[in-house]
Design a binder for this molecule. Structure first.
Ligand code: URA
Length: 245
């Protein structure tokens, strides 16, 4: 047995809150009887909204992809560029990415056909943690690392506190024979602004050379090669749901 509003939202009829309103308005029936808020139902019950019987909830699918460079996180591109969905072409159901990574960002991306799951995890109030490894020009000093931790002023406001660590540094020779310092900065943030990590690093004077998301909501890329994907386990889905339910 499940709450009616949950069944309605899973079936894609409305968000849970909107579904509650439908129930309160007396527009939902279970086996022909008008439902009340708080009622529960089973898969086998006939549930209708305004007299139209809703379809059975489609099977929910959840995947973890290791995105390569040069793929868009949109469902389709009018300029014909490759999209991440091409990497899951053997999945016949309509799925979509949970948030976005830039065209040239690599790493962990979830995909699903569960709209509630996607919206739940992306909602800013949930503060889902995302970890990135940013290879940058130069080596940020302690002052800059502190600024990154405390908050950087960007066009759309100051960033929330982040965990930031310098994890690697080196020097490479450029094509014209100059020596270039680089480093890798690991950042864990819980906001999801557009191009946030690239903008944070540029704001402290260290442009990003390569960016990879290494973790999302406690999941990592272990065992998943670049361009490959795996299904999330039931336990993983349950844990991620508990972050927003
Ligand atoms: N921050 C960025 O700058 N780009 C991404 O793709 C993700 C986070």
């Amino acid at each position: 047995m499940e709450r009616l509003q949950k069944i309605l939202s899973k079936a894609g009829v409305a968000s849970r809150r909107e579904a509650e309103k439908l129930i309160i308005a007396g527009r939902v029936t279970v086996n022909g009887t008008v439902a009340k808020l708080g009622d529960q139902a089973e898969e086998s019950d006939t549930i209708a909204v305004d007299g139209t019987v809703i379809g059975k909830a489609e099977e929910k699918l959840y995947f973890l992809l290791n995105k390569p460079r040069g793929y868009l996180c949109t469902v389709k591109d009018d300029r014909g560029r490759k999209t991440v969905l091409e990497l899951l072409s053997d999945i016949k159901e309509y799925i979509y990415p949970v948030g976005r990574l830039d065209y040239n960002t690599t790493g962990l991306l979830l995909l699903t056909n569960d709209g509630e799951f996607m919206n739940g995890l992306l909602h800013p109030s949930r503060e889902v943690h995302k970890t990135y490894a940013a290879k940058v020009k130069g080596i940020p000093d302690n002052g800059k690392l502190k600024t990154l931790r405390q908050g950087v002023m960007l066009e759309d406001g100051i960033t929330a506190p982040a965990e930031v660590r310098l994890i690697e540094r080196g020097t490479k020779e450029t094509e014209d024979g100059r020596l270039l310092d680089w480093s890798t900065v690991q950042l864990t943030i819980h906001e999801g602004r557009n191009r946030q990590v690239r903008r944070m690093m540029s704001a402290v004077g260290h442009d990003v050379l390569a960016l990879k998301r290494t973790a999302f909501a406690g999941l990592n890329l272990q065992g998943v090669g670049v361009g490959k994907y795996r299904e999330l386990t039931k336990e993983e889905v349950t844990r991620l749901r508990s972050l927003y339910e």
